[in-house]
Design a protein around this ligand. Structure first.
Ligand code: UDP
Length: 236
């Protein structure tokens, strides 16, 4: 039995770059697809929100003189590009998946609704929820908190390049230790930045635990489903 029945997996756009400077690394994409396929076959229902930072971020656009709202819209479109790529890779890995979009753009993807997402998840299909929250000034971390709450996921899995949340930067401080669990209140009190505050607070207020773990280590997603203690769980 998998530890979680239904999860919301957040993947960053940046991690899709793999070793590249920009865009999508095909190898990284198919590695992710295989890891996800593995846990779907093990019976876990998987909703996914993927970022767009490998293509465009509204804030960096604004720094270059773009209008912030237009820059954010470009960022949201970038998440759709990544979602389509993952959709295709998942289908190649033998798993049915569908892209839903928070902004209407059929036939690229069906317009998102909770009911549609839950219906697909219940059939064992992976649902990739793209275009963020559809609003500027938000992040895909906030979108994934929101969608995780909406689809009633047991946990939000935040896939990162690090092994979890540390007491200090492990690359700078040899005494830094990893928290196995930490409360939302401690996150605020210690000023730890795992996500933006909007996303963190949405999870706290709606009691959605977050597991921060290293998604780039092969097999980790499956280990999480087996209940192995890795990463850091943030809880109320
Ligand atoms: N974005 C937005 N509203 C949302 C989600 C995302 O405007 O609800 C835009 C924002 O410009 C952001 C970009 O989409 O910079 C890409 O998302 P994010 O930076 O969260 O991607 P990640 O860092 O996970 O790759």
């Amino acid at each position: 039995m998998a530890k979680y029945k239904r999860i919301l997996l957040k993947l960053s756009g940046e991690s899709l770059m793999g070793s590249q400077q920009y865009g999508i690394d095909q190898q990284r994409l198919s590695d992710y697809a295989e890891e996800i396929a593995d846990i779907v076959k093990g019976g876990t229902q998987v909703g996914i929100v993927i970022g767009g930072g490998n293509i465009f971020r509204g804030l960096s656009g604004a720094a270059k003189g773009f209008d912030r709202v237009k820059g954010d819209q470009m960022g949201m479109l970038a998440t759709v590009i990544n979602s389509l790529a993952l959709n295709s890779a998942l289908n190649n890995a033998g798993v049915k998946s569908k892209v839903l979009t928070a902004i209407r753009m059929e036939p690229i993807g069906e317009y998102y609704s909770k009911d549609k997402a839950v219906e697909l998840l219940s059939k064992g299909e992976v649902v990739i929820i793209s275009a963020g929250t559809s609003n500027p000034y938000f992040t895909t971390d906030t979108a994934s908190a929101l969608r995780g709450i909406e689809i009633e996921a047991d946990v939000m899995l935040k896939g990162t390049r690090v092994d979890g949340i540390y007491s200090a930067d492990p690359e700078k401080d040899p005494d830094a230790t990893r928290f196995e669990t930490i409360s939302f209140d401690e996150i605020y009190a210690k000023g730890l930045k795992i996500m933006d505050l909007t996303a963190t607070t949405l999870c706290k207020e709606n009691d959605l635990p977050i597991l921060v773990f290293n998604m780039d280590q092969k097999g980790n997603l499956k280990r999480v489903m087996k209940g192995e203690s890795l990463g850091t769980i943030v809880h109320n």
